[in-house]
Design a binder for this molecule. Structure first.
Ligand SMILES: Nc1ncnc2c1ncn2[C@@H]1O[C@H](COP(=O)(O)OP(=O)(O)OP(=O)(O)O)[C@@H](O)[C@H]1O
Ligand SMILES: [Mg+2]
Length: 276
């Protein structure tokens, strides 16, 4: 039942996701007003913007929870609007999602929460290997000896890290993070930044991060996109936004209060990452 694709635009091969002039309205409210994004393979794109700008709406379109009112989203050169049910399920498996609030199952231990996707999709690994995989990820995230705890026994930051561990279990090609560092102390936030970067480089993951944390943006972003009232008003390397011609972008970054001149991408050892 696959409908024919519209004429395929010229998508650069490095684009993992190409958001092509996407608009989204709810009734008469225009939330996204023509968003175009080139999200490059194996890089980290950070979407920044004030409250109500449309970031979560964009994220819901990316993972196929909602459809654009007009415009197209291409993933690996495929237009999401023209996938049948089977193709759409295959597409969804490319994505992992780290929710803003960890969305843990309160009646399950940390181990069972993180193991959940493995039991659902990788049961053939066996219980022992699944437990090892979970424990090693928990250790990596600073959650040593927490596997038998219940979510209610954890701090907000620890719950968030459990949610991150769970999203990483199926090793998705694309990981979407909704505010991964919000509510975490600066030290834990920097650990999460390191983890996002390490995950990206180790597994070759494309990361899309929604963030209010400017230090984090400077540490992890290859590209940053500033969304204001449903439009991308500036994009580029964080440094280019902080020092470029776009006054609104400069003001937005300055208003964060972070001295971004002291922060650079985690793999760039030339500058010290001391702004947190
Ligand atoms: N299902 C919906 N129906 C009607 N309006 C909606 C719906 N979803 C979002 N909106 C509106 O779209 C606008 C953007 O919302 P969105 O959640 O995308 O913002 P955001 O950038 O994620 O903000 P925040 O930083 O506060 O999370 C808001 O004005 C919101 O009220
Ligand atoms: Mg939001």
């Amino acid at each position: 039942m696959t409908k024919p694709n519209p004429i395929r635009p010229d998508i650069p091969p490095e684009d993992h996701i190409f958001v092509d002039d996407v608009r989204k309205s709810f009734g008469s409210t225009k939330v996204l007003k023509g968003i175009t994004l080139h999200l490059r393979r194996k890089e980290t794109a950070v979407i920044i913007g004030g409250s109500g700008a449309g970031k979560t709406t964009l994220l819901r379109l990316l993972i196929g929870l909602e459809q654009p009112t007009t415009g197209h989203i291409w993933v690996d050169g495929e237009d999401m609007a023209y996938l049948d049910e089977v193709q759409m399920n295959k597409m969804r498996r490319k994505f992992g999602m780290v929710f803003q609030y960890a969305a843990l199952l309160d009646s399950l231990t940390v181990l069972d929460n993180v193991a959940f996707p493995l039991h659902e999709h990788r049961a053939s690994l066996g219980a022992k290997a699944i437990k090892e995989k979970v424990v090693s990820m928990l250790n990596l995230l600073g959650l040593e000896n927490k596997e038998n705890r219940m979510p209610s026994e954890l701090s907000g930051g620890q719950r968030k890290r459990v949610g991150l561990a769970r999203a990483l279990m199926l090793e998705p090609e694309i990981l979407i993070y909704d505010e991964p560092t919000s509510g975490l102390d600066p030290l834990t936030s920097r650990m999460v930044d390191d983890l996002i970067e390490e995950t990206r480089s180790r597994f070759g993951i494309t990361s899309v991060v929604i963030s209010h944390d400017m230090a984090s943006t400077f540490r992890i972003a290859h590209q940053a996109f500033l969304v204001v009232q449903g439009q991308v008003i500036a994009q580029g390397k964080p440094d280019e936004l902080a020092h470029g011609d776009n006054e609104e972008a400069r003001a937005f970054i300055e208003a964060s209060g972070v001295n971004t001149d002291n922060v650079s991408r985690v793999t760039d050892k030339k500058k010290q990452n001391t702004a947190a």
